[in-house]
Design a protein around this ligand. Structure first.
Ligand SMILES: C[S@@+](CC[C@H](N)C(=O)[O-])C[C@H]1O[C@@H](n2cnc3c(N)ncnc32)[C@H](O)[C@@H]1O
Length: 243
């Protein structure tokens, strides 16, 4: 059973494509006419108008792909069932940190496509998110075990690394998406769409949420984070890597 068969239930509801990230992804793909989307999930950042094939190990994620989405092959990044050079570009969005052997997966991307576009994040920056620092510090241990954007960029020999800040009203419910909307984390459905929380001990998350609820009620959170409240975007460490 793929991990996302369990933690991916309801993914399509909380994780909706945000055009402010789709635009840079499309430009990083350049003129590629054929694209392999690896760890595609529901296909949030698949480019329209090109020949796209998706690769995804989880049946639950495949089930949530919208009607008319690109054809999908059930496989893993580490063993892509395609000949060398089959695609112009390989795309991997917010998935490399889930691969048991991320270096082998990236080598596979390089084998099947001459251009690689990877959206990943700096794990140290994620661990510095107020939610982790002040409420669920246990998430930092998980982040420390995941590959970080600089390592991925170095492995691929990246030609560009672009910062993708998270707008305050971002629609794709990545873990730090609600950095300026803290009440959102009180909703179990929101927490379910974040693998960092789904993979952290439920007792630790419950403890942190109880503290956050109390701080929101008392105004302590608002007083401690006043500098965030008029910021339009925040750098949570997401990086678009092209090689
Ligand atoms: C956070 S989701 C991202 C999905 C999609 N790319 C998006 O941006 O919405 C991570 C995806 O990686 C997939 N995944 C996990 N391990 C994988 C592996 N070894 N190879 C390929 N995909 C994997 C999961 O099943 C899940 O669909």
């Amino acid at each position: 059973m793929a991990r996302y068969d369990k933690i991916g239930v309801g993914y399509a509801l909380g994780r909706r494509t945000d055009p402010r990230w789709l635009t840079p992804v499309l430009s990083a793909l350049g003129s590629a006419a054929s694209v392999l989307d690896v760890g595609s999930g529901t296909g949030s950042y698949e480019p329209p108008g090109r020949r796209v094939v998706a690769v995804e190990p989880s049946a639950e994620m495949i089930r949530q792909r919208p009607a008319g989405a690109a054809p999908v092959v059930r496989a893993v990044a580490e063993a892509l069932p395609f000949a060398a050079g089959t695609f112009d570009a390989a795309l991997a969005v917010l998935t490399v940190h889930h691969w048991p052997d991320w270096r082998r997966g990236l080598a596979e991307l390089r084998r099947v496509a001459s251009r690689q576009v990877v959206l990943a994040y700096d794990t140290e920056r994620h661990s510095d998110f107020w939610f982790v620092r002040e409420y669920v510090p246990e998430v930092a241990a998980l982040e420390a075990s995941r590959p970080s954007a600089p390592e991925i960029a170095e492995f691929l020999g990246a030609s560009s690394v672009t910062e993708l800040p998270v707008p305050w009203d971002f629609t794709d419910g990545v873990f730090p998406a609600y950095w300026r909307r803290p009440e959102a984390y009180l909703d179990p459905a929101v927490r379910r769409s974040c693998s960092a929380l789904a993979q952290t001990s439920p007792a630790a998350v419950d403890r942190g949420i109880a503290r956050l609820r109390a701080d929101l009620e008392s105004g302590r959170w608002q007083a401690g984070h006043a500098e965030l409240l008029d910021r339009p975007e925040w750098d949570a460490g997401f990086r678009l890597i092209a090689a």
